[in-house]
Every structure is written in C-alpha cells, then in structure tokens.
Design a protein around this ligand. Structure first.
Ligand SMILES: *Cc1c(COP(=O)(O)O)cnc(C)c1O
Length: 487
C-alpha cells in the first residue's frame, strides 16, 4: 500500500516514511491510494480474533514495510488486558435494546486517544531503532492529547516529549496525570498563557526549519495517519460485539452468523472535534464494514454539524470558539476533515487544494451546498450530524445514571444525545465512549450531585510531586529549554 496527499501530490510513500511526518510537503494530509475491501468471508474469520490480532489483520492491509512477525508483536505488545483493563480491550455495554456504549477509554489516561497513541509509541520506538535515529516530540495540549502522548512515549528509546500546556488551566486531575510522570524523557512546559499561545509557539518552532532539523522536532497530532489507522480497528470490534449470533451476547438476534455476516448493519455515534475518530469510521465503512450511519455529534462548537446540515464549512475565530463542558471537542476547525472532503469530491486533489489551500486561507469558508457530491454525503457515506449543548449533556448524564446506573462523561453524553436522535429499528446504535467521567468531575457533580467514580490506580494522584517547568509566552524560552535538554 502506498500513500498520496489530499492536495494532489502523488509521491506514493510507504507507511514508515509517513509515520514520522506530519503534513505532506504540499500541505495536504496522507491517505492510502485506495481502501482495501473486506468481504463477508474475511469478516467471519475476523469475528473471533482477539483484539490485538484483529488489529494486526487490519494494519497489515495498510503496512507493507514492517515484517508481518514484527507488526504482530507490536500489536500484541500494545493491546493487552493489563494496559486496557479488560480482555476485550473495547467492551460493549448495553444500555437498552439496540443501544450500546463502546468503551474506548480504559487505557492509561482514560480517554480514547490512548487507543491510537499507545500503538504509536511502539511504532515510533520500533522505526527509530531501525533507522538509528532520535525524535523530539513537541506538542501543545489542553488536556487529553498531551497526557495520552506522554503515557505512550514514556520510557521509549529514541523519543523525548516536550509538551506545552496553558499554565493553571487544565483540570486538577489532568495536571496531576501529566505532571506526576517522572520519566526522564518526558518534559512538561506550562506556558503562562492560553492554549492558543501554546499552539502558536509549537508552530513557530516547527516553522524554524534549521532548528527543526537540528533538534529533530516531530509531532503526534491527530492528522497522523497511523493514529487514524489504529482507530479503524475498534469500529470492527464494536460491530462484532453488537451482532453476536444466537442470543448469547449483548444483542440477541436469530440470524445465523457467520453465514449472515455483513447482512446486518450497525450505526456509530461519535463525539467529534478534529474529525479524527469519525474519519476512522469512514475508513472502516469504505473497507466494507456494514455501517448504516456515522452520526457526528458536536458540542456548541458546531463547525462540523453546520457543514453536514448546510454544506458550508466555516472556520471559527478563537473569539468564536466556546469553552464548553466537553472541552476536548472545543475546536475552531477540524484538522482531519480534509480527508473526508477528498473522498467526497471523488479524490480530486486539485479541488481540495483550491478549497483548503486557497479558499479557506482567503475567506475562512467554502460552500459545497450546490455540489451534487454534498447532497450524497448521507446516502453514499452514511454521514448525519447533530449538536448537543451543556443543558443536553447534563440531562443525558442524569438520565443515563437514573435509568441504567451507568455514569458517562460529558463527551460521551454529547454522542449519546445525538445518537438517540438517529435510532432506527433493527440497526444497533453504538455510541463511542471517549472518556471516563473522572476527567470532567465538575459537570458530573452538577448533573448528579456526587463525585464520579475514580479507578483505584488514580487514588490521590493530585498529591504527588509535580514535574513541570513554567515558562513565559516566548518562543525563545521554549527553544532554549529544548536545546538544553537534547543531550
Ligand atoms: C479528542 C477527543 C474527542 C474528539 O475526537 P476527534 O478525533 O478530535 O474528533 C472527543 N472526546 C474526547 C474525550 C477526546 O479526548
């Protein structure tokens, strides 16, 4: 399998070449030149595989420059019950007939980003060792991404992490998660500003090409294809669990599997921000996984909901980006969205370059409402969308607790709220649970009048010593810190 850019550059690179890269040289995002198709017989074979082996089967369709034995080892090392808390890795919880939660947030940082980041850590270590190279990861975080990256890269050979975050603005739990790490290859930099300042610093450092080369600066942001690919796996795992045959499993259904494999469809509801999670669902669907609907849920930051409703993609300014109680979905633009638009427009790289490279830069929006491709987005690609507000998520958290004694976090609540609006008889709806409630305690207290449950391994982490360096909003200060810690 080779990879091409959404903006038309068809350099045709292999997986490991793009693994450590961010954007393609023409500013686009990498995608495989085609989506491998999976037929009903293959689905039937995959149904009974352990998660790590399912991951290997899917990844090996996209990766031809890591020997199969090594790739299988990397998957088995990553997806263990020890790290993800259960043998199923992503267990399904039934709420009611035809409505499930898929638990993606039982990894080390209790958010779904661990699903991909844990694999990325092992892939990076493997590939850097093979090349005899080192990498210094520089990132900006307001919470989930940074901690997932640090827990994935801690102790990995050849990798250092420099993670900027806005000083004093993350939740106490999130700060404790990141700052309590003591691994010598992890560096927390608390910047005396807001998240945008952190992002600007990362951009400025990355734009200094001499510095970038000299200190081998890389990133792990959500546009990385390997992250997206790792996420494809749990769509398959969710489908298998929701369609278990003969009444033994969560959804009793008379149709005899595996003979009927692929006949019965499922839908997914996905709390969305940068469009990385749901884009993996799109890839799974393009591979032939029987997905009826991909339900995109946003919070008050509704740039994506607006697109799927109207055909207009309108990037927001920082002033127009709301701070909400589902903060990991607070985005002004959706960094992975270009991948879907590329497929939607029949993989026309020239047009994507005009829209994302030129038109967005010039006027901050584009309009596909008159385009036949947009009108087919639901019918051909399964996409529908909806929006959830603070009041909706509080009500959904309360309702789910009262009726099922299940506590969900604010992001999952957005997904469940919108997913319920798209229920169709006979088609199971799988809501992706993207974080555990403990990460967003204040809203849980507001909704339920009680503190969220805390997994035992996080007892008292707020009291651990904090390893963090406070720096001003100053590119030179960050560069200086990096230079003096790259021995
Ligand atoms: C990152 C994140 C999301 C949004 O996922 P995208 O891939 O950016 O769409 C949703 N919920 C939680 C808890 C997250 O951490």
């Amino acid at each position: 399998m080779k990879y091409i850019s959404t903006r038309g550059d068809d350099a045709r690179k292999h997986f490991c070449e793009i693994l450590l890269e961010g954007l393609a040289p023409d500013g686009g995002l990498y995608l495989p030149e085609r989506y491998p198709r999976v037929d009903a017989a293959t689905l039937a074979q995959w149904r009974t595989l352990p998660y790590a082996d399912l991951a290997f089967e899917i990844l090996s369709l996209y990766i031809d420059d890591i020997p199969a034995g090594d790739l299988r080892e990397l998957c088995r090392k990553t997806y263990t019950a020890e790290v993800f808390g259960s043998h199923e890795i992503v267990p399904l919880k039934k709420l009611e007939d035809g409505l499930f939660l898929e638990a993606l947030s039982n990894g080390p940082t209790l958010a779904f980003k661990d699903m991909a980041m844990q694999l990325l850590g092992n892939l990076f270590e493997y590939e850097l060792a093979r090349r005899g190279e080192q990498l210094n990861i520089l990132g900006a975080t307001s919470g989930d991404t940074g901690s997932a990256a640090e827990y994935a890269m801690r102790g990995k050979k050849g990798v250092r992490v420099f993670m900027t975050s806005p000083h004093g603005r993350m939740s106490p739990f999130q700060q404790a998660q990141m700052f309590s790490l003591r691994d010598p290859n992890i560096h927390n930099l608390a910047i005396e500003g807001v998240f945008d300042d952190c992002q600007d610093i990362v951009k400025a450092v990355s734009n200094d090409l001499d510095f970038k080369r000299k200190y081998r600066i890389g990133t792990v942001n959500s546009i990385n294809w390997a992250r997206l690919l790792a996420q494809v796996v749990y769509y398959f795992a969710g489908y298998f669990q929701a369609t278990i045959p003969d009444g033994a499993g969560p959804s009793a259904h008379p149709s005899p599997f595996p003979a009927g494999e692929g006949v019965r469809k499922v839908s997914f509801a996905v709390p969305s921000g940068n469009f990385g999670n749901i884009c993996a669902g799109h890839v799974a669907r393009m591979m032939g996984l029987p997905i009826a609907r991909l339900v995109l849920a946003t919070n008050e930051n509704d740039v994506l909901e607006e697109f799927f409703r109207t055909g207009v993609y309108r990037v927001r300014s920082s002033a127009d980006t709301h701070e909400t109680s589902s903060p990991s979905m607070d985005i002004s633009k959706a960094s992975n969205f270009e991948r879907f638009v590329y497929d939607l427009l029949g993989r026309d790289g020239t047009r994507v370059r005009q829209l994302f490279g030129e038109q967005l830069a010039r006027c901050g929006q584009f309009d596909l409402s008159g385009d036949p491709a947009f009108r087919q987005a639901a019918a051909r690609y399964g996409f529908v969308s909806g929006k959830s507000t603070h009041a909706d998520r509080v009500a959904t958290i309360r309702d789910t607790w009262q009726r099922f004694a299940i506590m969900i976090d604010t992001h999952t609540a957005d997904g469940l709220r919108v997913g319920r609006q798209h229920l169709a008889p006979g088609t199971p709806m799988i809501v992706l649970e993207t974080a555990l409630p403990i990460k967003f305690a204040a809203t849980i207290v507001e909704a339920l009048g009680r503190e969220p449950e805390r997994p035992a391994r996080f007892a008292g982490i707020e009291r651990l010593p904090k390893h963090v360096t406070v720096l001003p909003v100053d590119v030179q200060a960050v560069k200086g810190f990096i230079a003096s810690h790259c021995g």
